[in-house]
Design a protein around this ligand. Structure first.
Ligand code: GLP
Length: 251
């Protein structure tokens, strides 16, 4: 695992985007796994700058980690819309190559299985961008999730719903109670993982995930089981890592 610590969220974005841009140059038809949430937004913004400078993303496809269950298909906080707003349109990706679980399906379990099957049929994710929740969740794999889990419908914890209420006008009751999420084993099937986290509020989860025991209580701890992981943190998010695990600040 490579851990890079940089000064602030903007530097997390530029550092992580440089890695994604290199991956696209190596493999123009890169299958990019995209996370939602605030953490990767500077990454996507910095990636747009690479595209403006000539990075060719016409063959890139994107695969979302998760989606709320039960929102209208055009709801602005549904991850379909968020991915469209933060990834697909700014980067100019072909919308036909952008995949998000169908959270409005009548049968979310069947929709989850269909998403896993489509991802497998496509060959899996080459490079997976990840954020981390305050409780150590990865995508919507909440504490207690099975490391062998695959894409499935899950309940959301109150802590996660409260954290995400900011996207729903502060109204926690407006946050869906369920989601479809790639499973932990699905995420670990990606060839490379790129975890980004910023802010002091993420420091306990980051330290637990990267240096604590691997187990169900901290779902993101499973990244320790992957052979090719890059973590990009700002100094605030890295604050609780043991000094030996913090790479030099690079910008
Ligand atoms: C969300 C998403 C995760 C994300 C995490 C952290 O609920 N489902 O994929 O990584 O929680 O979000 P943020 O980056 O906004 O703190």
């Amino acid at each position: 695992m490579r851990i890079e610590v940089v000064t602030d969220p903007a530097a997390v974005g530029t550092t992580a985007a440089a890695l994604v841009a290199d991956a696209v140059r190596d493999r123009p038809a890169l299958r990019l796994g995209v996370a939602t949430g605030s953490s990767p937004e500077p990454l996507y913004a910095a990636l747009v700058a690479h595209v403006r400078r000539g990075l060719d993303v016409r063959q890139v496809s994107a695969w979302a980690l998760d989606e709320y269950v039960g929102l209208a298909p055009d709801h602005p906080e549904g991850y379909r819309a968020v991915v469209d707003r933060t990834v697909t349109r700014p980067l100019g990706l072909d919308p036909a190559r952008v995949h998000v679980p169908d959270g409005s399906a009548g049968d979310p379990d069947a929709a989850a299985r269909a998403y896993e099957a489509a991802l497998t049929a496509a060959g899996g994710v080459d490079l997976q961008v990840l954020g981390i929740g305050h409780n150590g969740h990865l995508a919507f794999n909440e504490p207690g999730s099975d490391p062998a889990s695959r894409t499935r419908a899950v309940p959301l914890t109150e802590r996660t719903r409260a954290a995400n209420a900011r996207f729903f006008g502060g109204d926690v009751d407006a946050v869906p109670t369920r989601a479809i999420t790639q499973g932990l084993a699905t995420i670990l099937s990606a060839r490379r993982l790129l975890l980004v986290a910023t802010g002091e509020d993420k420091a306990p989860a980051v330290a637990a995930a990267l240096t604590g025991p691997v187990g169900r209580q901290v779902p993101a701890s499973v990244v320790q089981l992957h052979a090719d992981v890059t973590v990009v943190l700002d100094t605030a998010a890295a604050a609780l890592l043991p000094a030996g695990r913090r790479a030099a600040t690079v910008s």
